[in-house]
Ligand binder design. Structure first.
Ligand code: DAT
Ligand code: MG
Length: 134
């Protein structure tokens, strides 16, 4: 069964939206097979966001992602990688349509509540990074 890595960001925690977002994932009938809360550090973020470390917004992104705990999950289901991306909505909050998590709750592109792997290959890399071999 396909798996993906999902991470609820510090704004989701701060805004008390953890339960709401998990409910949306479960209502879609995706299965959470592991879950934990953790605090990220600079080294973990530099790996996770390696494609962004040279962007002008990286330092703000890093600061935000270390501003509180994240909730890390392994989520399983048919076509779950794309399915979670669809539930999340677009990266840029103004492009995220209503009914998606970002479309309904985000008004900022950095503080956009949720991460979901963008490919099956990256999902396995991210699961290994945050949960070890499973
Ligand atoms: P996604 O989270 O939709 O996979 P991404 O991998 O391109 O998007 O970027 C990771 C995170 O970095 C994103 O969730 C928020 C931040 N980010 C991306 N592009 C940004 C931008 N143009 N301005 C500010 N933050 C940005
Ligand atoms: Mg991404």
């Amino acid at each position: 069964m396909e798996r993906t890595y999902v991470m609820l960001k510090p704004d989701a925690y701060e805004r008390r939206l953890i339960g709401e977002i998990i409910s949306r994932i479960e209502r879609k009938n995706f299965k959470i097979t592991d879950i934990k809360m953790l605090n990220l550090n600079k080294a973990m973020l530099a790996k996770h966001y390696a494609h962004l470390v040279n962007k002008p917004f990286y330092s703000a992104l890093e600061k935000f992602m270390m501003s509180g705990p994240v909730v890390a999950m392994i989520v399983e289901g048919e076509n779950v990688v794309q399915g979670i991306r669809n539930l999340m909505g677009a990266t840029k909050w103004l492009e995220a349509i209503q009914g998606t998590i970002r479309g309904d709750y985000a008004n900022n592109t950095t503080e956009n509540l949720i991460h979901g792997s963008d490919s099956i290959e990256n999902a396995e890399i991210e699961i290994e990074r945050f949960f070890g071999s499973k």
